[in-house]
Design a binder for this molecule. Structure first.
Ligand code: ATP
Ligand code: MG
Length: 554
Protein backbone atom coordinates (compact mmCIF):
# COMPACT_ATOMS: atom_id res chain seq x y z
CA UNK A 1 0.00 0.00 0.00
CA UNK A 2 1.17 3.42 -0.72
CA UNK A 3 1.33 5.44 2.50
CA UNK A 4 0.63 8.80 0.91
CA UNK A 5 -2.79 8.00 -0.43
CA UNK A 6 -4.11 6.23 2.66
CA UNK A 7 -6.03 8.41 5.08
CA UNK A 8 -4.60 8.79 8.56
CA UNK A 9 -5.61 6.45 11.35
CA UNK A 10 -7.23 7.70 14.56
CA UNK A 11 -3.94 7.67 16.46
CA UNK A 12 -2.26 9.89 13.88
CA UNK A 13 -5.20 12.26 14.17
CA UNK A 14 -4.74 12.46 17.95
CA UNK A 15 -1.00 13.07 17.57
CA UNK A 16 -1.58 15.78 14.95
CA UNK A 17 -3.87 17.56 17.33
CA UNK A 18 -1.47 17.20 20.27
CA UNK A 19 1.28 18.75 18.17
CA UNK A 20 -0.99 21.56 16.97
CA UNK A 21 -2.04 22.39 20.52
CA UNK A 22 1.50 22.30 21.85
CA UNK A 23 1.03 19.26 24.15
CA UNK A 24 3.58 17.28 22.21
CA UNK A 25 7.06 18.54 21.43
CA UNK A 26 8.49 15.29 20.18
CA UNK A 27 6.68 12.09 19.36
CA UNK A 28 8.23 9.34 21.45
CA UNK A 29 6.71 5.87 21.43
CA UNK A 30 7.69 2.57 22.94
CA UNK A 31 7.16 -1.14 22.68
CA UNK A 32 6.94 -2.57 26.21
CA UNK A 33 7.00 -6.39 26.11
CA UNK A 34 6.94 -8.46 29.23
CA UNK A 35 9.84 -10.93 28.89
CA UNK A 36 7.68 -13.95 29.59
CA UNK A 37 7.44 -15.51 26.14
CA UNK A 38 8.32 -15.04 22.50
CA UNK A 39 6.74 -12.37 20.34
CA UNK A 40 3.96 -13.20 17.92
CA UNK A 41 2.26 -11.60 14.94
CA UNK A 42 0.08 -9.49 17.26
CA UNK A 43 3.16 -7.95 18.82
CA UNK A 44 4.45 -7.18 15.34
CA UNK A 45 1.44 -4.98 14.84
CA UNK A 46 2.22 -3.06 18.00
CA UNK A 47 5.95 -2.80 17.18
CA UNK A 48 5.39 -1.61 13.63
CA UNK A 49 2.71 0.84 14.72
CA UNK A 50 4.89 2.40 17.40
CA UNK A 51 8.03 2.38 15.32
CA UNK A 52 6.16 3.66 12.28
CA UNK A 53 4.80 6.64 14.22
CA UNK A 54 8.24 7.57 15.51
CA UNK A 55 9.53 7.51 11.93
CA UNK A 56 6.58 9.40 10.51
CA UNK A 57 6.89 12.21 13.06
CA UNK A 58 10.65 12.20 13.18
CA UNK A 59 10.62 11.22 16.82
CA UNK A 60 12.02 8.28 18.73
CA UNK A 61 11.07 4.70 19.48
CA UNK A 62 12.09 2.86 22.65
CA UNK A 63 12.32 -0.83 23.36
CA UNK A 64 11.57 -1.32 27.03
CA UNK A 65 11.17 -4.58 28.85
CA UNK A 66 8.29 -4.41 31.25
CA UNK A 67 9.95 -6.61 33.80
CA UNK A 68 8.17 -5.55 36.97
CA UNK A 69 6.69 -8.99 37.67
CA UNK A 70 9.63 -11.22 38.63
CA UNK A 71 7.76 -14.54 38.70
CA UNK A 72 7.63 -15.44 35.02
CA UNK A 73 10.43 -13.46 33.48
CA UNK A 74 13.47 -14.99 31.89
CA UNK A 75 16.59 -13.75 30.16
CA UNK A 76 15.99 -16.23 27.34
CA UNK A 77 12.95 -14.18 26.39
CA UNK A 78 14.82 -10.89 26.62
CA UNK A 79 17.25 -12.11 23.97
CA UNK A 80 14.65 -13.57 21.64
CA UNK A 81 12.47 -10.45 21.81
CA UNK A 82 15.37 -8.16 20.90
CA UNK A 83 16.26 -10.39 18.00
CA UNK A 84 12.69 -10.37 16.71
CA UNK A 85 12.27 -6.60 16.98
CA UNK A 86 15.55 -6.14 15.11
CA UNK A 87 14.49 -8.59 12.45
CA UNK A 88 11.29 -6.63 11.87
CA UNK A 89 13.48 -3.61 11.20
CA UNK A 90 12.27 -1.48 14.10
CA UNK A 91 15.23 0.51 15.34
CA UNK A 92 15.09 1.58 18.93
CA UNK A 93 16.81 4.67 20.18
CA UNK A 94 19.74 4.21 22.54
CA UNK A 95 20.10 1.13 24.68
CA UNK A 96 17.42 -1.40 25.37
CA UNK A 97 15.57 -0.22 28.47
CA UNK A 98 14.28 -2.13 31.45
CA UNK A 99 11.43 -1.06 33.69
CA UNK A 100 13.33 -2.62 36.58
CA UNK A 101 16.03 0.04 36.14
CA UNK A 102 13.42 2.51 37.39
CA UNK A 103 12.60 0.68 40.63
CA UNK A 104 14.32 3.42 42.68
CA UNK A 105 12.27 6.15 40.96
CA UNK A 106 9.10 4.15 41.41
CA UNK A 107 9.82 3.82 45.09
CA UNK A 108 10.39 7.59 45.29
CA UNK A 109 7.14 8.18 43.43
CA UNK A 110 5.30 6.06 45.98
CA UNK A 111 6.87 8.06 48.80
CA UNK A 112 5.77 11.25 47.08
CA UNK A 113 2.17 10.01 46.95
CA UNK A 114 2.29 9.04 50.63
CA UNK A 115 3.57 12.51 51.51
CA UNK A 116 0.74 14.07 49.51
CA UNK A 117 -1.74 11.96 51.45
CA UNK A 118 -2.55 10.05 48.25
CA UNK A 119 -1.37 6.60 49.27
CA UNK A 120 -1.48 4.44 52.38
CA UNK A 121 -0.22 1.15 53.69
CA UNK A 122 -2.81 -1.49 54.39
CA UNK A 123 -2.62 -4.78 56.24
CA UNK A 124 -5.81 -6.18 54.78
CA UNK A 125 -5.19 -9.52 53.16
CA UNK A 126 -6.06 -10.29 49.56
CA UNK A 127 -9.44 -11.73 50.44
CA UNK A 128 -10.42 -8.77 52.59
CA UNK A 129 -9.34 -6.35 49.91
CA UNK A 130 -11.59 -8.16 47.48
CA UNK A 131 -14.50 -7.97 49.91
CA UNK A 132 -14.02 -4.27 50.55
CA UNK A 133 -13.76 -3.55 46.87
CA UNK A 134 -17.48 -3.95 46.17
CA UNK A 135 -18.89 -5.03 42.83
CA UNK A 136 -19.91 -3.51 39.53
CA UNK A 137 -23.25 -2.61 41.06
CA UNK A 138 -22.20 -1.89 44.65
CA UNK A 139 -19.69 0.69 45.82
CA UNK A 140 -16.70 -0.45 47.88
CA UNK A 141 -16.05 0.24 51.56
CA UNK A 142 -13.18 2.22 52.90
CA UNK A 143 -10.15 0.30 54.09
CA UNK A 144 -9.82 0.65 57.89
CA UNK A 145 -6.18 1.71 57.31
CA UNK A 146 -7.18 4.49 55.00
CA UNK A 147 -6.67 7.32 57.46
CA UNK A 148 -3.27 6.46 58.83
CA UNK A 149 -1.01 9.46 59.25
CA UNK A 150 1.59 10.32 56.64
CA UNK A 151 4.37 9.58 59.13
CA UNK A 152 3.03 6.17 59.98
CA UNK A 153 2.59 5.32 56.29
CA UNK A 154 6.14 6.42 55.50
CA UNK A 155 7.48 4.24 58.28
CA UNK A 156 5.42 1.21 57.29
CA UNK A 157 6.36 1.55 53.62
CA UNK A 158 10.01 1.75 54.55
CA UNK A 159 9.56 -1.37 56.69
CA UNK A 160 7.94 -3.12 53.73
CA UNK A 161 10.99 -2.31 51.67
CA UNK A 162 13.32 -3.41 54.45
CA UNK A 163 11.82 -6.88 54.38
CA UNK A 164 9.97 -6.76 57.71
CA UNK A 165 6.80 -8.24 56.29
CA UNK A 166 5.86 -11.48 54.68
CA UNK A 167 4.52 -11.88 51.20
CA UNK A 168 0.91 -10.79 50.98
CA UNK A 169 0.80 -9.26 54.44
CA UNK A 170 1.10 -5.59 53.49
CA UNK A 171 0.31 -3.49 50.46
CA UNK A 172 0.53 0.15 49.49
CA UNK A 173 -2.75 1.44 48.10
CA UNK A 174 -3.64 4.61 46.26
CA UNK A 175 -6.19 6.77 48.02
CA UNK A 176 -8.67 7.56 45.30
CA UNK A 177 -12.35 6.69 45.63
CA UNK A 178 -13.90 3.49 46.96
CA UNK A 179 -17.23 4.40 45.42
CA UNK A 180 -15.92 5.10 41.93
CA UNK A 181 -17.96 3.48 39.19
CA UNK A 182 -14.64 2.31 37.76
CA UNK A 183 -13.37 -0.51 39.96
CA UNK A 184 -9.79 0.22 38.91
CA UNK A 185 -10.09 3.50 40.81
CA UNK A 186 -11.17 1.95 44.11
CA UNK A 187 -7.92 2.45 45.95
CA UNK A 188 -5.85 0.18 43.68
CA UNK A 189 -2.77 -1.55 45.01
CA UNK A 190 0.46 0.20 44.03
CA UNK A 191 3.04 -2.03 45.72
CA UNK A 192 3.08 -5.53 47.12
CA UNK A 193 5.53 -7.53 49.20
CA UNK A 194 7.13 -10.42 47.32
CA UNK A 195 10.35 -12.06 48.40
CA UNK A 196 11.27 -13.21 44.91
CA UNK A 197 14.56 -12.83 43.07
CA UNK A 198 14.33 -10.67 39.99
CA UNK A 199 16.13 -11.62 36.76
CA UNK A 200 18.00 -8.30 36.80
CA UNK A 201 17.86 -6.79 40.26
CA UNK A 202 18.35 -10.05 42.14
CA UNK A 203 17.35 -9.71 45.80
CA UNK A 204 17.66 -5.92 46.01
CA UNK A 205 13.91 -5.58 46.30
CA UNK A 206 11.28 -7.48 48.20
CA UNK A 207 8.51 -5.09 47.19
CA UNK A 208 7.40 -4.79 43.59
CA UNK A 209 5.18 -2.17 41.93
CA UNK A 210 1.93 -3.15 40.26
CA UNK A 211 1.64 -2.77 36.50
CA UNK A 212 -0.87 0.10 36.58
CA UNK A 213 1.40 2.14 38.82
CA UNK A 214 4.70 1.23 37.18
CA UNK A 215 3.74 1.67 33.56
CA UNK A 216 2.84 5.38 33.55
CA UNK A 217 5.98 6.13 35.57
CA UNK A 218 8.16 4.24 33.07
CA UNK A 219 6.56 6.18 30.25
CA UNK A 220 6.98 9.53 32.01
CA UNK A 221 10.63 8.89 32.90
CA UNK A 222 11.42 8.13 29.26
CA UNK A 223 9.52 11.13 27.95
CA UNK A 224 7.08 8.93 26.04
CA UNK A 225 4.53 11.23 24.42
CA UNK A 226 2.00 8.61 23.38
CA UNK A 227 1.70 5.35 25.25
CA UNK A 228 -0.08 3.05 22.86
CA UNK A 229 -1.64 -0.11 24.22
CA UNK A 230 -4.46 -2.51 23.46
CA UNK A 231 -8.14 -2.12 24.29
CA UNK A 232 -8.21 -4.14 27.50
CA UNK A 233 -6.46 -1.19 29.15
CA UNK A 234 -9.17 1.30 28.29
CA UNK A 235 -10.72 1.05 31.78
CA UNK A 236 -7.30 1.57 33.31
CA UNK A 237 -6.75 4.88 31.56
CA UNK A 238 -8.27 6.97 34.42
CA UNK A 239 -5.76 5.38 36.78
CA UNK A 240 -2.93 6.01 34.32
CA UNK A 241 -3.96 9.64 34.21
CA UNK A 242 -4.31 9.82 37.98
CA UNK A 243 -0.74 8.55 38.43
CA UNK A 244 0.85 11.00 36.00
CA UNK A 245 -1.22 13.89 37.34
CA UNK A 246 -0.53 13.23 41.03
CA UNK A 247 3.17 12.77 40.30
CA UNK A 248 3.10 16.17 38.56
CA UNK A 249 5.10 15.34 35.48
CA UNK A 250 5.67 18.33 33.28
CA UNK A 251 4.89 16.49 30.03
CA UNK A 252 2.57 13.69 31.04
CA UNK A 253 2.37 10.84 28.54
CA UNK A 254 -0.99 10.05 26.98
CA UNK A 255 -2.42 6.55 26.80
CA UNK A 256 -4.18 5.55 23.59
CA UNK A 257 -5.79 2.15 23.03
CA UNK A 258 -6.27 0.24 19.79
CA UNK A 259 -7.70 -3.20 19.08
CA UNK A 260 -5.57 -6.32 19.19
CA UNK A 261 -4.83 -8.28 16.09
CA UNK A 262 -6.45 -11.68 15.97
CA UNK A 263 -6.26 -14.25 13.20
CA UNK A 264 -9.08 -16.67 12.51
CA UNK A 265 -8.27 -20.31 13.35
CA UNK A 266 -4.84 -19.33 14.57
CA UNK A 267 -3.25 -19.60 18.00
CA UNK A 268 -1.88 -16.17 18.87
CA UNK A 269 -2.06 -15.96 22.67
CA UNK A 270 1.33 -16.28 24.30
CA UNK A 271 -0.20 -18.55 26.93
CA UNK A 272 -1.44 -21.04 24.34
CA UNK A 273 1.68 -20.98 22.22
CA UNK A 274 3.61 -21.72 25.38
CA UNK A 275 1.43 -24.74 26.03
CA UNK A 276 1.96 -26.13 22.52
CA UNK A 277 5.68 -25.74 23.09
CA UNK A 278 5.71 -27.23 26.57
CA UNK A 279 3.64 -30.27 25.62
CA UNK A 280 5.95 -30.95 22.67
CA UNK A 281 3.18 -30.66 20.10
CA UNK A 282 5.37 -28.23 18.22
CA UNK A 283 9.14 -28.24 18.16
CA UNK A 284 9.97 -25.06 20.07
CA UNK A 285 8.83 -21.44 19.99
CA UNK A 286 10.20 -21.09 16.48
CA UNK A 287 8.29 -24.01 14.99
CA UNK A 288 7.31 -22.92 11.46
CA UNK A 289 3.66 -23.73 12.17
CA UNK A 290 3.42 -21.02 14.80
CA UNK A 291 2.72 -17.34 14.30
CA UNK A 292 5.43 -16.45 16.77
CA UNK A 293 7.77 -14.07 14.96
CA UNK A 294 10.59 -16.59 15.13
CA UNK A 295 8.21 -19.23 13.76
CA UNK A 296 7.08 -17.00 10.92
CA UNK A 297 10.69 -16.22 10.14
CA UNK A 298 11.61 -19.90 9.97
CA UNK A 299 8.55 -20.53 7.86
CA UNK A 300 10.00 -18.03 5.41
CA UNK A 301 7.92 -14.90 5.94
CA UNK A 302 9.81 -11.67 5.32
CA UNK A 303 9.65 -8.56 7.52
CA UNK A 304 8.26 -6.73 4.47
CA UNK A 305 5.37 -9.16 4.18
CA UNK A 306 4.47 -8.73 7.83
CA UNK A 307 4.65 -4.98 7.48
CA UNK A 308 2.39 -5.07 4.47
CA UNK A 309 -0.03 -7.28 6.36
CA UNK A 310 -0.19 -4.90 9.33
CA UNK A 311 -0.81 -2.00 6.99
CA UNK A 312 -3.67 -3.85 5.33
CA UNK A 313 -5.21 -4.70 8.69
CA UNK A 314 -5.03 -1.08 9.78
CA UNK A 315 -5.29 0.50 13.21
CA UNK A 316 -8.74 0.78 14.75
CA UNK A 317 -10.67 0.45 17.96
CA UNK A 318 -13.02 -2.20 16.67
CA UNK A 319 -12.31 -5.80 17.52
CA UNK A 320 -12.37 -8.47 14.88
CA UNK A 321 -10.34 -11.31 13.51
CA UNK A 322 -8.49 -11.25 10.23
CA UNK A 323 -8.23 -14.29 7.99
CA UNK A 324 -4.87 -16.06 7.71
CA UNK A 325 -5.04 -16.11 3.87
CA UNK A 326 -4.52 -12.36 4.04
CA UNK A 327 -1.10 -12.94 5.56
CA UNK A 328 -0.39 -15.50 2.84
CA UNK A 329 -1.45 -13.00 0.23
CA UNK A 330 1.12 -10.55 1.59
CA UNK A 331 4.03 -12.97 1.41
CA UNK A 332 3.10 -14.03 -2.12
CA UNK A 333 2.94 -10.42 -3.23
CA UNK A 334 6.28 -9.73 -1.64
CA UNK A 335 8.08 -12.73 -3.11
CA UNK A 336 6.47 -12.83 -6.53
CA UNK A 337 8.86 -10.41 -8.25
CA UNK A 338 11.82 -11.05 -5.96
CA UNK A 339 12.66 -14.73 -6.07
CA UNK A 340 13.77 -17.25 -8.66
CA UNK A 341 11.27 -19.75 -9.99
CA UNK A 342 12.86 -23.17 -9.89
CA UNK A 343 11.77 -26.68 -10.69
CA UNK A 344 11.30 -29.15 -7.86
CA UNK A 345 9.26 -32.32 -7.89
CA UNK A 346 7.66 -33.11 -4.54
CA UNK A 347 6.04 -36.43 -5.40
CA UNK A 348 8.25 -37.88 -8.12
CA UNK A 349 7.48 -40.49 -10.73
CA UNK A 350 9.93 -41.36 -13.50
CA UNK A 351 9.44 -40.32 -17.11
CA UNK A 352 11.67 -41.89 -19.76
CA UNK A 353 11.98 -40.18 -23.14
CA UNK A 354 12.54 -43.26 -25.28
CA UNK A 355 13.85 -41.49 -28.38
CA UNK A 356 16.30 -39.28 -26.48
CA UNK A 357 20.04 -40.18 -26.68
CA UNK A 358 21.12 -42.35 -23.76
CA UNK A 359 23.90 -40.34 -22.11
CA UNK A 360 23.16 -36.89 -23.42
CA UNK A 361 22.88 -33.91 -21.07
CA UNK A 362 21.50 -30.71 -22.55
CA UNK A 363 21.52 -27.50 -20.61
CA UNK A 364 18.24 -25.72 -21.12
CA UNK A 365 18.05 -21.98 -20.72
CA UNK A 366 15.33 -21.20 -18.19
CA UNK A 367 14.28 -17.67 -17.23
CA UNK A 368 14.51 -17.14 -13.46
CA UNK A 369 11.40 -15.02 -13.19
CA UNK A 370 9.21 -14.11 -16.15
CA UNK A 371 7.94 -11.05 -14.30
CA UNK A 372 11.38 -9.74 -13.46
CA UNK A 373 13.93 -9.96 -16.26
CA UNK A 374 16.64 -8.58 -14.00
CA UNK A 375 16.84 -11.96 -12.32
CA UNK A 376 18.26 -13.37 -15.56
CA UNK A 377 18.21 -17.02 -16.50
CA UNK A 378 19.96 -20.26 -15.63
CA UNK A 379 20.92 -23.55 -17.24
CA UNK A 380 19.00 -26.62 -16.18
CA UNK A 381 20.21 -30.10 -17.20
CA UNK A 382 17.84 -32.17 -19.31
CA UNK A 383 18.32 -35.93 -19.74
CA UNK A 384 16.62 -39.03 -21.03
CA UNK A 385 15.30 -39.95 -17.58
CA UNK A 386 13.35 -37.33 -15.71
CA UNK A 387 11.08 -36.97 -12.73
CA UNK A 388 7.69 -35.36 -12.96
CA UNK A 389 4.92 -34.98 -10.37
CA UNK A 390 2.86 -38.10 -9.93
CA UNK A 391 -0.30 -36.00 -10.27
CA UNK A 392 0.85 -34.81 -13.69
CA UNK A 393 0.09 -38.21 -15.17
CA UNK A 394 -3.22 -40.06 -15.45
CA UNK A 395 -3.53 -43.33 -17.26
CA UNK A 396 -7.19 -42.61 -17.79
CA UNK A 397 -7.61 -38.87 -17.78
CA UNK A 398 -10.63 -37.19 -16.27
CA UNK A 399 -12.42 -34.46 -18.19
CA UNK A 400 -10.39 -31.29 -18.76
CA UNK A 401 -7.15 -33.00 -17.76
CA UNK A 402 -4.48 -31.56 -20.04
CA UNK A 403 -1.36 -33.03 -18.53
CA UNK A 404 0.25 -36.41 -19.37
CA UNK A 405 -1.86 -39.33 -20.44
CA UNK A 406 -1.23 -41.90 -23.15
CA UNK A 407 -1.46 -40.27 -26.57
CA UNK A 408 -1.34 -36.69 -25.27
CA UNK A 409 1.38 -34.18 -26.01
CA UNK A 410 2.50 -31.71 -23.35
CA UNK A 411 5.25 -29.16 -22.92
CA UNK A 412 8.05 -29.93 -20.49
CA UNK A 413 8.68 -26.43 -19.24
CA UNK A 414 11.47 -24.63 -21.16
CA UNK A 415 12.51 -27.98 -22.71
CA UNK A 416 10.57 -29.97 -25.32
CA UNK A 417 7.16 -31.12 -26.39
CA UNK A 418 6.73 -34.73 -25.29
CA UNK A 419 4.04 -37.21 -26.26
CA UNK A 420 3.13 -39.85 -23.73
CA UNK A 421 3.27 -43.37 -25.08
CA UNK A 422 2.31 -45.40 -22.02
CA UNK A 423 3.40 -46.50 -18.57
CA UNK A 424 4.68 -49.43 -16.51
CA UNK A 425 3.07 -50.53 -13.29
CA UNK A 426 4.00 -52.68 -10.31
CA UNK A 427 2.00 -55.66 -9.07
CA UNK A 428 -0.28 -53.33 -7.09
CA UNK A 429 -1.14 -51.30 -10.11
CA UNK A 430 0.96 -48.28 -9.12
CA UNK A 431 2.58 -46.43 -11.96
CA UNK A 432 6.36 -46.84 -11.75
CA UNK A 433 7.59 -45.45 -15.07
CA UNK A 434 5.98 -43.32 -17.74
CA UNK A 435 7.20 -43.43 -21.30
CA UNK A 436 7.19 -40.75 -23.95
CA UNK A 437 8.87 -39.44 -27.06
CA UNK A 438 10.09 -35.93 -27.69
CA UNK A 439 10.10 -33.73 -30.76
CA UNK A 440 13.64 -32.33 -31.24
CA UNK A 441 12.16 -29.41 -33.22
CA UNK A 442 10.51 -27.99 -30.11
CA UNK A 443 13.66 -27.18 -28.12
CA UNK A 444 13.01 -24.55 -25.48
CA UNK A 445 9.39 -25.61 -25.35
CA UNK A 446 8.47 -23.64 -28.44
CA UNK A 447 6.69 -24.75 -31.57
CA UNK A 448 5.22 -22.70 -34.42
CA UNK A 449 3.05 -25.36 -35.97
CA UNK A 450 0.96 -26.70 -33.07
CA UNK A 451 -0.13 -25.93 -29.56
CA UNK A 452 -0.36 -27.99 -26.39
CA UNK A 453 -2.63 -27.31 -23.47
CA UNK A 454 -0.48 -28.62 -20.65
CA UNK A 455 2.92 -27.46 -19.40
CA UNK A 456 4.54 -29.44 -16.63
CA UNK A 457 7.77 -29.12 -14.71
CA UNK A 458 10.46 -31.75 -14.49
CA UNK A 459 13.84 -32.53 -12.98
CA UNK A 460 16.55 -34.72 -14.46
CA UNK A 461 16.62 -38.09 -12.72
CA UNK A 462 20.36 -38.41 -13.14
CA UNK A 463 21.46 -34.80 -12.60
CA UNK A 464 18.79 -33.72 -10.09
CA UNK A 465 19.32 -33.83 -6.34
CA UNK A 466 17.27 -35.09 -3.45
CA UNK A 467 16.34 -32.77 -0.59
CA UNK A 468 14.00 -32.83 2.35
CA UNK A 469 10.95 -30.59 2.04
CA UNK A 470 8.32 -29.86 4.66
CA UNK A 471 4.75 -29.11 3.82
CA UNK A 472 2.51 -27.53 6.39
CA UNK A 473 -1.12 -27.23 7.27
CA UNK A 474 -2.60 -25.20 10.07
CA UNK A 475 -1.60 -26.55 13.49
CA UNK A 476 -5.23 -25.96 14.45
CA UNK A 477 -7.89 -28.35 13.24
CA UNK A 478 -9.98 -25.92 11.24
CA UNK A 479 -13.07 -28.10 11.39
CA UNK A 480 -13.31 -27.34 15.11
CA UNK A 481 -13.08 -24.20 17.24
CA UNK A 482 -9.48 -23.22 18.07
CA UNK A 483 -9.89 -24.16 21.73
CA UNK A 484 -11.78 -27.15 23.02
CA UNK A 485 -14.71 -25.89 25.08
CA UNK A 486 -14.28 -28.41 27.86
CA UNK A 487 -10.54 -28.81 28.26
CA UNK A 488 -9.45 -25.40 27.02
CA UNK A 489 -6.77 -27.14 24.97
CA UNK A 490 -5.99 -26.29 21.37
CA UNK A 491 -7.73 -28.59 18.89
CA UNK A 492 -4.64 -29.85 17.10
CA UNK A 493 -4.58 -30.91 13.45
CA UNK A 494 -2.73 -34.26 13.35
CA UNK A 495 -1.52 -33.71 9.79
CA UNK A 496 -0.06 -30.24 10.18
CA UNK A 497 3.41 -31.39 9.08
CA UNK A 498 4.35 -33.65 6.16
CA UNK A 499 7.95 -34.34 5.21
CA UNK A 500 8.72 -35.39 1.68
CA UNK A 501 11.83 -36.25 -0.24
CA UNK A 502 11.80 -33.94 -3.22
CA UNK A 503 13.93 -33.98 -6.37
CA UNK A 504 15.25 -30.57 -7.32
CA UNK A 505 17.43 -28.83 -9.87
CA UNK A 506 21.10 -29.20 -8.90
CA UNK A 507 21.45 -25.45 -8.33
CA UNK A 508 19.10 -25.64 -5.35
CA UNK A 509 21.65 -27.64 -3.44
CA UNK A 510 23.63 -24.44 -2.99
CA UNK A 511 20.76 -22.59 -1.31
CA UNK A 512 21.89 -20.75 1.79
CA UNK A 513 19.84 -20.59 4.95
CA UNK A 514 16.82 -18.33 4.46
CA UNK A 515 17.15 -18.23 0.66
CA UNK A 516 13.67 -18.16 -0.79
CA UNK A 517 12.39 -19.58 -4.07
CA UNK A 518 9.29 -20.31 -5.94
CA UNK A 519 9.07 -23.98 -6.81
CA UNK A 520 6.93 -23.72 -9.91
CA UNK A 521 3.37 -24.84 -9.34
CA UNK A 522 4.23 -26.01 -5.81
CA UNK A 523 4.53 -22.77 -3.88
CA UNK A 524 7.13 -20.59 -2.22
CA UNK A 525 9.84 -22.30 -0.20
CA UNK A 526 12.63 -21.21 2.11
CA UNK A 527 15.82 -23.02 3.11
CA UNK A 528 15.26 -23.66 6.80
CA UNK A 529 17.23 -21.43 9.13
CA UNK A 530 17.95 -24.17 11.62
CA UNK A 531 18.12 -27.53 9.90
CA UNK A 532 19.83 -26.65 6.61
CA UNK A 533 23.49 -27.53 6.27
CA UNK A 534 26.07 -26.55 3.70
CA UNK A 535 25.12 -28.37 0.49
CA UNK A 536 22.16 -29.97 2.25
CA UNK A 537 19.28 -27.53 2.49
CA UNK A 538 15.94 -28.43 4.04
CA UNK A 539 13.06 -26.56 2.46
CA UNK A 540 9.96 -25.31 4.25
CA UNK A 541 6.91 -24.46 2.21
CA UNK A 542 6.00 -20.90 3.10
CA UNK A 543 2.78 -20.87 1.16
CA UNK A 544 1.23 -22.51 -1.87
CA UNK A 545 0.61 -20.51 -5.02
CA UNK A 546 -3.15 -20.62 -5.05
CA UNK A 547 -5.10 -18.18 -2.98
CA UNK A 548 -8.61 -17.94 -1.72
CA UNK A 549 -7.95 -14.39 -0.56
CA UNK A 550 -9.12 -11.43 -2.59
CA UNK A 551 -7.96 -7.96 -1.71
CA UNK A 552 -11.11 -5.96 -1.02
CA UNK A 553 -11.57 -3.30 -3.66
CA UNK A 554 -12.01 0.12 -2.14
P1 ATP B 1 -0.43 -12.10 24.94
O1 ATP B 1 -1.84 -11.66 24.99
O2 ATP B 1 -0.09 -12.82 23.68
O3 ATP B 1 0.01 -12.84 26.14
P2 ATP B 1 0.61 -9.70 26.03
O4 ATP B 1 -0.29 -8.56 25.80
O5 ATP B 1 0.58 -10.32 27.36
O6 ATP B 1 0.41 -10.77 24.87
P3 ATP B 1 2.97 -8.13 26.34
O7 ATP B 1 4.37 -8.56 26.32
O8 ATP B 1 2.39 -7.69 27.61
O9 ATP B 1 2.10 -9.33 25.75
O10 ATP B 1 2.67 -7.09 25.20
C1 ATP B 1 3.55 -6.13 24.70
C2 ATP B 1 2.77 -5.19 23.84
O11 ATP B 1 2.21 -5.86 22.71
C3 ATP B 1 1.60 -4.56 24.58
O12 ATP B 1 1.60 -3.18 24.30
C4 ATP B 1 0.40 -5.26 24.02
O13 ATP B 1 -0.73 -4.47 24.09
C5 ATP B 1 0.84 -5.56 22.59
N1 ATP B 1 0.11 -6.69 22.05
C6 ATP B 1 0.02 -7.93 22.58
N2 ATP B 1 -0.77 -8.72 21.83
C7 ATP B 1 -1.19 -7.97 20.78
C8 ATP B 1 -2.05 -8.21 19.66
N3 ATP B 1 -2.63 -9.39 19.45
N4 ATP B 1 -2.25 -7.19 18.78
C9 ATP B 1 -1.67 -6.01 18.97
N5 ATP B 1 -0.87 -5.71 20.01
C10 ATP B 1 -0.63 -6.67 20.92
MG1 MG C 1 0.99 -9.31 29.18
Amino acid sequence: MDGETVSKNFIENIIDEDIREGHTKEVVTRFPPEPNGYLHIGHAKSILLNYGLSEEYNGAFHLRFDDTNPTKEKNEFVDSIQKDVEWLGAKWEGEVRFASDYFPQMYEAAVKLIKKGKAYVSDLNAEQIREYRGTLTEPGKNDPNRDRSVEENLQLFEDMKAGKYEDGSMVLRAKIDMSSSNINMRDPILYRVAHISHHRTGDTWCIYPMYDFAHPIEDAIEGISHSICTLEFEDHRPLYNWVVTELEYEYPPKQIEFSKLYLEHVVTGKRYIKKLVETGIVDGWDDPRLVSLSGLRRRGFTPESIKKFCELVGVTKSQGAVEYPMLEYCIREDLKPKVKRMMAVLDPVKLVIDNYPEDQVEYMDVPNNQENEELGSRKVPFTKELYIEREDFMEEPVKKYFRMFPGNEVRLMSAYFVTCTGCEKDENGNVTVIHGTYDPETRGGNCNTRKVKGTIHWVSATEGKQVKARLYENIVDESKPVYDEETGEVNVNPTSLTEVCAVVEPELLHAEKEDRFQFVRNGYFVADLKDSEEGKPVFNRIVSLKSSFKLPTA
